[in-house]
Design a protein around this ligand. Structure first.
Ligand code: SF4
Length: 262
């Protein structure tokens, strides 16, 4: 089976804006799932609300498109009812870290056997460009017209601190690395969290002086800092700039997990 066999061709054209990074992340995830040899009957996708959360609608499996922020709560129910299923959650930064924040940290704490792929565009895309918990300080959104005054969440640090077994971050530029990270996440028992930094030209890019889609992708690429390099900088007493995305495998461990296949 090819990864394109997972697409529901009858649902095309999709709703994503030209240049949106979400499609890249869906492709990487489906490619990783295809390499796992999973069948459609064994696999369930769950999402909440937002641009990223439209993804399961384009995939030919059983899926749940749930209420805002509740994807992980629904996914937990699916997995605990039938641990034989492979359960994958697509989410975004607003859905996961704002209204869904408590579900996220407690699923990490319980270390439930789910794989969560978060498309982090640092803004609420679908609802019109409001600031989200990951909007960086100083960035413009409809709710922060003079620049966000708040510190943003580091979602990976949150997942690590709360107890997830596998945590990685890549970007829409790093497609091969991202696909590998999703595959490791799928293979790892317990809670796996993969964050993908993505461009949102419509709501983040045009408000933050990225004239072209390529400008935003270039920014994401040049602000990605490999974890190993970041560790070396810290060892040598150098300051890691606050606007860098630390990319790579950030944690892989074997804490006791819930909902693992027997
Ligand atoms: Fe993608 Fe942003 Fe358009 Fe949503 S609003 S589809 S995240 S570009």
């Amino acid at each position: 089976m090819s990864f394109s066999d997972w697409f529901r061709q009858d649902r095309l054209p999709h709703i994503y804006c030209a240049g949106c990074g979400n499609g890249t992340i869906i492709n990487c995830t489906l490619d990783a799932i295809d390499k796992m040899g999973w069948t459609k009957e064994q696999t369930v996708f769950v999402s909440g609300i937002g641009c990223s959360s439209r993804a399961p609608g384009y995939i030919l499996t059983d899926s749940l498109h749930t209420t805002h922020g509740r994807a992980i709560a629904f996914a937990t129910g699916v997995k605990m009812a039938n641990p034989a299923l492979n359960v994958v959650v697509f989410t975004g930064d607003g859905d996961l870290a704002a209204i869904g924040g408590n579900h996220f940290i407690h699923a990490c704490r319980r270390n439930i056997d789910l794989t969560v792929v978060c498309m982090n565009n640092q803004i609420y895309g679908m609802t019109g460009g409001q600031g989200s918990p990951t909007t960086p300080k100083g960035r413009i959104s409809t709710t922060t017209p003079y620049g966000s005054a708040e510190s943003s969440f580091d979602l990976c640090e949150l997942a690590i601190a709360a107890g997830a077994n596998y945590v990685a971050r890549w970007t829409s530029y790093h497609v091969k690395e991202l696909e590998k990270a999703v595959k490791v996440g799928l293979e790892t028992p317990g809670f796996s969290f993969i964050e993908a930094m993505v461009q949102c030209p419509t709501n983040f890019g045009r408000r933050n002086k990225f004239k072209q889609v390529a400008d935003q992708v270039e920014y994401i690429k040049t602000h990605a800092l490999l974890k190993a390099k970041c560790d070396r900088m810290i060892e040598q007493g150098e300051t890691v700039p606050g606007d860098m995305y630390i990319v790579g495998e950030l944690v892989r461990r074997n804490r006791p997990a819930m909902g693992v296949k027997i």
